[in-house]
Design a protein around this ligand. Structure first.
Ligand SMILES: Cc1cc2nc3c(=O)[nH]c(=O)nc-3n(C[C@H](O)[C@H](O)[C@H](O)COP(=O)(O)OP(=O)(O)OC[C@H]3O[C@@H](n4cnc5c(N)ncnc54)[C@H](O)[C@@H]3O)c2cc1C
Length: 369
């Protein structure tokens, strides 16, 4: 590999893109990472909110925690743990039955460990995006990725069509980069023209996705009447999960912060009424009120929050895995890899696994240069 001329663009700073970028860089391949959001993390982001009286509140409004079973992923998690980026969340979890208004399955010992990023879920991606050899550009949305048969290079362009660089290889870490869903959300053509790769295109085109709303709540006093800091909810049409963010290791305990997750059916129903474009403030307020009302009707809490806000995850969970064996999609000749949880399993572990596979496949094809 002629490493002086070799460079790779990674699109997306979620955990799959960040792991892939860092692995490539550690193997001597310089990486430029582009992320449309202001900061790293994707669905492992941390949300910063300011209250009217100037208080700053932080919420893990995407993945609240993760578990790991594969040894390759576990050894990375142990490395992050030793760097203080990850810690085990040792609270006991419960399961609440909305019909009987009682906690049912009390958790048994011996279940897999639950890990969280410290001080926020985004800490891992943040560190990986700052690794030596990774140049990260936030607030840059990629509008087009084009392959040149003459130069054997990829050109990466912003939304305005401006060329942001030419690269030997490319990693796309979001399914929307090559799916018609991108057009539904943005009104634009997807960045990657999949006619170039009809086989990969077919796999991405019909990927089913399940949405979710998260509602962030802050209370002045601890909700001492709730016996668990994280619990699933059964038999509610609206509410699926509740977790106390401020009970995780390394978080501020100045206020007690909870995050509620809706059921996918509830989110699908709201989206059916409002469409896939960015939800209005009125919609988000209605969702925040409805989810909080359901939380109150569990009978577990009577306190009112001083902060309440909803966020929509239009593509929270892929409902199929499109590359369970290969763990990523890859075109070796063009040095293109597509990775993300949708390749393996709809969780952090699946995304890490896919990012590692994409880096490994790309390193193999770069070694042939
Ligand atoms: C509400 C919720 C709860 C969850 N709960 C859990 C849980 O309990 N445990 C668990 O393990 N997992 C959970 N998950 C799933 C977990 O968060 C995801 O599986 C994982 O974070 C996916 O990572 P990824 O890198 O594949 O994708 P993403 O995190 O989605 O990263 C893709 C990135 O690409 C960027 N991007 C896309 N297009 C462009 C473009 N054109 N230009 C530039 N950047 C672009 C996006 O902004 C994004 O940052 C949850 C997710 C949600 C939303």
């Amino acid at each position: 590999m002629n490493s002086a001329a070799t460079k790779v663009a990674v699109v997306g700073s979620g955990i799959s893109g960040a792991v892939c970028a860092s692995t490539l860089a550690r193997n001597g391949v310089p990486v430029t990472l582009f992320e449309s959001a202001r900061g790293p993390g994707g669905r492992m982001s941390q949300r910063r909110e300011n209250t009217e009286d100037g208080k700053q509140l932080l919420f893990d409004h995407g993945a609240p925690f993760f578990s790991v079973s594969k040894s390759e992923v576990l050894s990375l998690v142990h490395e992050w743990e030793s760097q203080g980026l990850v810690a085990e969340w040792k609270e006991k979890f419960g399961s609440f039955d909305f019909c009987t208004r009682k906690f049912t399955d009390m958790e048994q010992e011996g279940l897999s460990k639950r890990y969280v990023g410290v001080p926020g879920m985004n800490s891992i991606c943040k560190a990986l995006c700052n690794d030596n050899g990774v140049e990260s550009k936030f607030g840059v949305s990629i509008g087009k990725i084009e392959w040149s048969d003459d130069e054997h290079l990829w050109s990466v362009m912003g939304l305005d069509g401006q060329i942001l660089g030419q690269f030997t290889g490319i990693v796309a870490s979001d399914k929307n980069i090559a799916s018609p869903r991108f057009t539904e959300v943005s009104g634009r053509l997807p960045p990657l023209d999949m006619n170039l790769m009809p086989e990969l295109s077919a796999k991405l085109r019909d990927l089913p996705i399940r949405p979710c709303f998260a509602v962030m709540l802050a209370f002045a006093e601890p909700l001492t009447s709730i016996p668990f800091k994280c619990f699933s909810i059964k038999n509610s049409n609206i509410l699926r999960w509740a977790h106390c963010d401020s009970s995780k290791p390394g978080r501020s305990t100045h206020s007690e912060r909870w995050v509620l997750h809706s059921t996918a059916e509830y989110a699908e129903n709201i989206i059916a009424q409002t469409g896939l474009k960015k939800p209005s403030d009125t919609t988000l307020k209605k969702v925040a009120d409805e989810l909080f009302q359901e939380f109150q009707s569990t009978g577990l809490n009577k306190s009112q929050p001083f902060f309440k806000k909803a966020h929509r995850w239009g593509s929270a969970f892929p409902a199929a895995s499109i590359a369970p064996v290969e763990r990523c999609l890859c075109d070796r000749n063009k040095r293109l890899a597509i990775c993300g949880d949708f390749c393996v399993s709809p969780n952090v572990e699946g995304a890490v696994d896919s990012g590692l596979a994409a880096a490994s496949k790309l390193l193999e094809s770069l070694s042939c240069l």
